[in-house]
Unconditional design. Structure first.
Length: 701
């Protein structure tokens, strides 16, 4: 990731794109939840006694917490930090009552009874050691670091929180404030969370322990316009931290050159971390000296790949800029849980037309075709090209970041391309997706007529039952970025992908046929089949099987023969059985067997169709015109059946077993519309069928 971000940072510098630089130890707060909020502890100086009181406790909204930062690390920080509820409760009956108060189900309680439950101290010795670091060690470190910036608002907070170096003082103030809130019935939920930890009686208290995220604030800071939960405070402190760091660096002797040629003084501190919109934190690079396998040439951590502090800041700033919320679906998009795609032109990273939309498709209710999105991006890129520069120098960077576990992230896919290659690959992709005959429109929806590369994985991971419902969403053998590999690589994986897609689709073939005949309704979930058909056409194209060729070959014609057998069976049931259509039609009943043993099954199909063929020959001349029972249909289906059977017999080679590609061709043939030439040459009455373009015949139930 370092190399990708370094190139991006250079482009940002060249085009004067200012990322918001953040001091490396000024970190964002963790995500908050309803049962794990961030509580603002507002301090106030008592005019009478001169003591510092806790004026109020308030759970902050998630939108506010997203913008807050704390100085320090995961173990100790300031002015935001991890405290803990004051008392531990394990009695299930009491926990139930407290749970109702916390959730807001009730506001009725006995205050004295609540006080009687405050028995077991939840602040153990381990917690108190961390407490001391937060209220003493970090403030002292910050004051020393910011000694050249004594007017920074945080010094007001230093003075007011000095008294809380004694944990008993803060504890007393928090308890007093919480019970005052309960007495006044104000923000009961926050007061309960500050007072009580919901423990488990069966667990060791040392292991059954959770922290409570808080941020210290002051009424004096609020009056000055620098509340710690305001952007003014955050930005001011960050600026002063950066200034102090720059001054400290200038006083150190720069005796080392980093991997990019920048001189710097050796430092021993971890790489910066960035909180990404995917819900996890990424470090620019992680190594740990205790993991012996990570040693390289006798070196570990910073020594293996030295990066100057200034370079680290630029890399961090670049990642924060490219992953900003306002650049969603422009330079980044979320693929799956713990996976983020980054895609941007290195020469013009600030383009408003995003590559992410080309690869993943439009977001939400937006509508856009693959071809349209690609053209907008490429036109925007070419219009923004610097005059006199070689178009081949406009590189496009794509990489995918995945969260491996709580402490590690990794680039799992990276690709560097050019506008020319992107355009060429896009044209190949768009053309290949249309490697299909006309299919039933019943499966189409507003967003199903185009296949975007990053949609391929979800199709390959979607297995279907015989009834057309999805098997499970949990099993995902294909990675979320598999479509990118397919997009940028022509052949190697097409055969394996086709095999997987067929395994998913073939069980639902007969169900899809019934939907195409309008015998069964189609659900919104099943609209995904239209995109699966597009992927099927693309994979056949990658294997060299074009529709102009395969539509004349045995497997496809076989699928069409099964389809016309179904149509003839349906017409027979409408006329002779008063519309009572069985759950299994003739062609569909032979589908699975035909895919495995095509020649043997072909003979069995011929025997089974004899009575329907004799019936069609008799019915075709009766001049019936009832809707759905027209006699001309019998003649049309009969001619189709005879023509297809004749074409199959004339094939130079009738295979005893189908390859994966041939099975796919049969699947497509079973669902595809009959050729328009057959409809147009079947007589004036039969031309009515040309209006029925969304399946087989327009059967009404």
């Amino acid at each position: 990731m370092i190399n990708e971000l370094y190139t991006l940072s250079q482009a940002m510098q060249k085009y004067e794109i200012s990322g918001r630089a953040q001091y490396r130890s000024y970190l964002p707060l963790p995500n908050v939840k309803k049962d794990a909020p961030c509580i603002q502890i507002l301090l106030s100086k008592n005019d009478e006694s001169g003591n510092i009181d806790v004026a109020s406790l308030r759970s902050l909204p998630q939108e506010t917490v997203k913008e807050l930062r704390k100085y320090g690390d995961k173990q100790k920080s300031y002015p935001a930090m991890n405290l803990a509820a004051l008392y531990r409760v394990t009695d299930k009956k009491i926990l139930s009552l407290l749970g109702d108060l916390r959730s807001g189900k009730t506001v009725d309680f006995d205050l004295e009874q609540l006080k009687s439950w405050c028995q077991t101290d939840n602040w153990d010795l381990k917690f108190l050691r961390k407490y001391k670091n937060c209220f003493q060690k970090v403030p002292e470190e910050l004051q020393e670091f910011l000694k050249e910036c004594p007017d920074n608002p945080i010094f007001i907070l230093f003075r007011q929180t000095e008294v809380f170096q004694d944990p008993a003082v803060l504890r007393q103030e928090l308890e007093k404030c919480a019970f005052r809130m309960l007495e006044e019935k104000k923000d009961i939920s926050t007061a309960i969370q500050m007072l009580f930890y919901f423990g488990d009686a069966d667990k060791d208290p040392k292991k059954d322990f959770k922290t409570l995220s808080v941020i210290l604030d002051s009424t004096e800071l609020v009056k000055e316009g620098y509340s710690t939960i305001s952007a003014a405070f955050t930005n001011r402190l960050n600026e002063d931290l950066l200034k102090a760091d720059e001054k400290n660096k200038s006083s150190r002797q720069e005796d080392t050159v980093d991997a990019f040629g920048t001189e710097f003084a050796v430092i021993e501190e971890p790489m910066p971390e960035i909180k990404l919109p995917g819900g996890f934190t990424a470090s620019l690079r992680t190594m740990f000296k205790e993991h012996k396998c990570q040693y390289r040439y006798g070196r570990i951590e910073n020594a293996t790949y030295p990066i100057a502090p200034a370079t680290r800041l630029r890399l961090k700033s670049a990642l924060e800029w490219v992953s900003a919320e306002e650049r969603r679906n422009i330079t980044w998009s979320k693929l799956d849980t713990g996976e983020i795609l980054f895609a941007y032109p290195e020469s013009k990273p600030s383009l408003s037309a995003g590559l992410a939309a080309v690869l993943q498709g439009p977001a939400g209710s937006e509508q856009s075709s693959f071809e349209g999105a690609a053209k907008r991006f490429l036109n925007s890129l070419r219009e923004g090209k610097d005059p006199g520069t070689d178009s081949r120098s406009n590189r496009i960077q794509i990489f995918i970041l995945r969260k491996l576990d709580k402490g590690r992230t990794k680039i799992v896919y990276t690709y560097n391309t050019t506008p020319e290659e992107l355009e060429r690959r896009g044209e190949i992709w768009w053309t290949a997706c249309r490697n299909l005959p006309e299919l039933p429109r019943i499966f189409e929806s507003e967003n199903s007529c185009d296949l975007f590369p990053l949609e391929a994985a979800s199709l390959l991971n979607s297995a279907w039952k015989h009834d057309g419902t999805r098997v499970s969403k949990k099993f995902k053998p294909f990675s979320g970025y598999h479509g990118l590999e397919l997009f940028f690589d022509d052949r190697p994986m097409a055969r394996n992908d086709l095999s997987a897609l067929l395994r998913n689709l073939e069980p639902a073939a007969v169900k899809l046929g019934r939907c195409a005949y309008h015998l069964d309704a189609i659900s919104k979930t099943q609209e995904i089949f239209q995109k699966s058909f597009l992927l099927l056409g693309l994979l056949l194209d990658r294997l060299g099987s074009r529709k102009e060729q395969y539509m004349q070959e045995f497997p496809y014609l076989y699928g069409q023969l099964l389809k016309v057998s179904d149509e003839l069976h349906i017409l027979y049931c409408r006329v002779e059985r008063e519309g009572n259509i069985p759950p299994q039609l003739v062609g569909g009943s032979f589908y699975s067997a035909a895919a495995e043993l095509p020649l043997q099954t072909l003979a069995q199909l011929g025997q089974r169709m004899i009575p329907y063929i004799f019936w069609a020959k008799a019915y075709m001349n009766k001049n019936k015109s009832d809707k759905g029972k027209e006699s001309w249909r019998a003649g049309w289906y009969l001619r189709l059946y005879e023509r297809l059977a004749s074409q199959i017999v004339e094939q130079a080679e009738l295979k005893t077993k189908f390859t994966e590609a041939e099975r796919a061709q049969m699947f497509i043939g079973y669902l595809a519309q009959f050729p328009q030439s057959d409809k147009q040459n079947s007589g004036s009455n039969e031309n009515e069928i040309t209006e029925e373009r969304d399946g087989g015949s327009n059967h009404e139930i």
